[in-house]
Ligand binder design. Structure first.
Ligand code: BDR
Ligand code: CA
Length: 315
């Protein structure tokens, strides 16, 4: 286990983003300072309300939610209703938020929080398109050397899910992703090669079924919708629960194994825009001067134990 990680979670909930919020709130080695939102799985208005509703479900409306970019840097936003439904979190009734959104846009909140904290103490986690993180890095370049680490769910090598070459989060805003991957901060890419191992199987759900709480029932309802969506759209029997893998990596790097590898994002491919180009050649295996890592191997039972414990801890 590692030291407590103080994080800002930039997300677009989203069934698996909701799972990331739950894991971050329910594990004692994570301190969730704030949630920032970005248009992706659904429109910004919908997914921001979803973030607030998930916090309400967990009894943690004290965590501030800052809305961020409604659309990517250069393109229109592309949403994913076939995976997350019309609301972005279809499948369950969730409580309505009882607190207002926090003032100030996501990028400003990220900058202010990182600049106000001791250097090296804040980790940024991105589980949606990377627009807000790119804007924050441009708004205040000094955050790049001040954050502890950036952890991104996105990309793959060679797994993809949205185009033959690209994963959804990177595809939606490839220019932002390119900025974020190219900044010299330590960055860990938790891509589809890892998250396609995080399947919500009946064994994974078994421990959660034993928990008698509204949160456990809501989680299982969300997973039921997610399962059907993945069966109908991506030929998966059980859904890959991508986004909480970023949090699991921070909690225990033995659960999400990584290796060093240079990564760059294709922004101008004829067929490959949004591709994460991961250099796995032998001659690039040296860690020297490489600021990026990619996730490789998941301890499936360990991952689902973390999720189950978090749901139980939140009551
Ligand atoms: C990513 O895309 C979104 O639909 C999920 O929330 C996840 O962040 C997986 O490609
Ligand atoms: Ca997401």
């Amino acid at each position: 286990m590692t030291e407590t990680r103080r994080i800002i979670l930039d997300c677009d909930p989203g069934h698996d983003d909701a799972a990331a919020i739950i894991l971050a709130l329910g594990n004692p080695s994570i301190e969730l300072l704030g949630v920032t939102t970005v248009g992706g799985n659904q429109t910004l208005a919908k997914i921001t309300r979803n973030a607030q509703r998930v916090l309400a479900l967990c009894g943690r409306e004290d965590v501030p939610v800052h809305a961020g970019a409604a659309r990517p840097l250069l393109h229109e936003v592309e949403t994913a209703p076939e995976i997350h439904g019309e609301s972005g979190l279809d499948g369950v009734e969730l409580p309505e938020p009882s607190v207002e959104l926090a003032p100030g846009p996501a990028a400003s909140y990220i900058v202010e929080t990182v600049m106000a904290a001791e250097p090296g103490t804040i980790t940024l986690v991105g589980t949606g398109p990377l627009t807000n993180l790119a804007l924050a890095a441009r708004l205040e370049p000094r955050i790049v050397e001040r954050v502890h680490e950036v952890v991104v769910m996105g990309g793959g090598y060679p797994e993809t899910n949205w185009t033959p070459a690209a994963e959804f989060n990177i595809w939606v805003d490839p220019e932002a992703a390119s900025i974020v991957f190219d900044e010299p901060w330590p960055l860990t890419m938790v891509g589809l090669d890892l998250t396609h191992q995080a399947l919500c199987t009946p064994e994974a759900e078994a421990g959660i079924r034993e928990i008698d709480s509204d949160l456990a029932r809501a989680f299982l309802g969300l997973m039921a919708f997610f399962r059907k969506a993945y069966q109908q759209n991506q030929a998966f029997e059980h859904p890959p629960v991508h986004d909480p893998c970023t949090i699991a990596y921070l909690i225990d790097p033995e659960v999400v194994r990584t290796r060093v590898a240079p990564v760059h994002v294709e922004t101008a491919g004829r067929l490959t825009t949004g591709m994460t180009v991961v250099d796995l050649r032998r001659q690039t295996a040296s860690e020297e001067g490489v600021h990026t890592r990619v996730a490789t191997e998941l301890d499936h039972a360990g991952f689902w134990r973390l999720i189950t414990e978090a749901i139980r801890a939140l009551g």
